[in-house]
Ligand binder design. Structure first.
Ligand code: ZN
Length: 95
């Protein structure tokens, strides 16, 4: 695996690896990227390394996504059932 960070094309400083995470501003997850520590001064743009992930990790993420989808599906099923129960209860009260 490549450990040498890319060099900023504007100020020739080795760029810093920012690990993937979730943005506090938008709440969206982002992939790891390289960012120049001086980017405010030199104006260089961050380099995304999301596409360079090893295949295994990508597959693992797909599995995780599938699991999350399954969980969301069952959660939706549960909520729909609860909602129907509540609706029925309200109808019973009205009667
Ligand atoms: Zn720079």
């Amino acid at each position: 695996m490549e450990k040498v960070p890319p060099i900023c094309s504007n100020c020739e400083t080795p760029m810093r690896l920012i690990p993937s995470g979730i943005s506090k501003k938008t709440g969206k997850s982002y992939d790891a990227f390289y960012s120049c520590p001086n980017n405010r001064e030199c104006g260089s743009k961050p380099i995304s390394i999301g596409g360079k992930k090893p295949q295994g990790e990508g597959l693992l993420m797909m599995d995780e996504l599938r699991e999350t989808n399954k969980r969301l599906d069952s959660m939706a099923d549960y909520l729909i059932k609860r909602f129907e129960e509540i609706e029925k209860a309200i109808m019973d009260i009205k009667r």
